[in-house]
Design a protein around this ligand. Structure first.
Ligand code: PXP
Length: 236
């Protein structure tokens, strides 16, 4: 299983002072040196953390891979096609949310997403759809030629009882198997941390996990290198 690091929080910290430190680009490059398999950023419509300059510089400087999280809007699709990340992960986006709150409903947005995938494919960008672990959503994703799905792991991560956690893990296990049968790549993320990853990694077939908050939070205490190395040890 590969591990990609989301660096949006570093940009949030930078923007809180309206100046240029800490720089998410420096952080991303150091994370690559520490061993991550890729960098993830979410270019939001309101630019609350990552901005266009960040995305373009990352494109130029990264030596692993760039996963651009984005809403399927005309403006962001245009930027994505111009920048050319290795992967575009389409997420639902609501202005008021603190972070992405759940998977996109592919079935209800099928024609818009199909057009978005076509546009991104024309620019030779692979596409992933961030969805709940639902068979219907996976079928719809395959139908419109998505290359990957990213399974929303928030319900698993927020489960209060062991039983609830186990049930959601089973749901994810079935979803991964189904997606693989349809030839989809499978990523996963949201709320994964140093504890729950120990259980989560038992699911086979997941190509990559995308983790942000837990690793950035730990890096504040132990430093970036140590935080990344610890997560790599748990994921691999
Ligand atoms: N995957 C997606 C699609 C996300 O929106 C996020 C949050 O930015 C993550 C993964 C990472 O979640 P977390 O910061 O909770 O690790």
């Amino acid at each position: 299983m590969r591990f990609s690091l989301n660096v949006d929080h570093i940009a949030t910290l930078r923007n809180s002072r309206g100046e240029n430190q800490p720089d998410p680009i420096t952080f991303a490059l150091l994370a690559e040196q520490a061993g991550v398999d890729g960098i993830v950023v979410h270019l939001r419509e309101d630019r609350r953390h990552i901005n266009e300059r960040d995305v373009r510089l990352l494109r130029e400087l990264l030596t692993t891979k760039l996963d651009l999280e984005m809403a399927a809007t005309d403006e962001i699709i245009k930027i994505a096609c111009d920048v050319g990340p290795e992967l575009a992960t389409i997420v639902p986006e609501r202005r008021q949310e603190l972070t992405t709150e759940g998977g996109i409903n592919v079935i209800d947005n099928i024609s818009r997403l199909k057009d978005a995938i076509n546009d991104l494919h024309k620019a030779e960008i692979e596409v992933s759809l961030f969805i709940e672990p639902s068979i219907e959503q996976i079928d719809a994703s395959a139908e419109i030629n998505s290359d990957f799905i990213e399974i929303h792991t928030g319900v698993f991560a927020n489960a209060i009882s062991e039983e609830e956690q186990f049930d959601e893990l089973e749901r994810i296990r079935i979803a991964v198997k189904h997606a693989k049968k349809l030839g989809l790549g499978v990523n996963a993320g949201h709320g994964l941390d140093y504890q729950n990853i120990k259980i989560f990694r038992e699911i086979s077939g997941i190509d990559e996990v995308s983790i942000g908050h837990a690793v950035i939070a730990r890096a504040v205490f132990v430093g970036l290198n140590e935080a990344i190395r610890e997560m790599i040890r748990l994921v691999k």
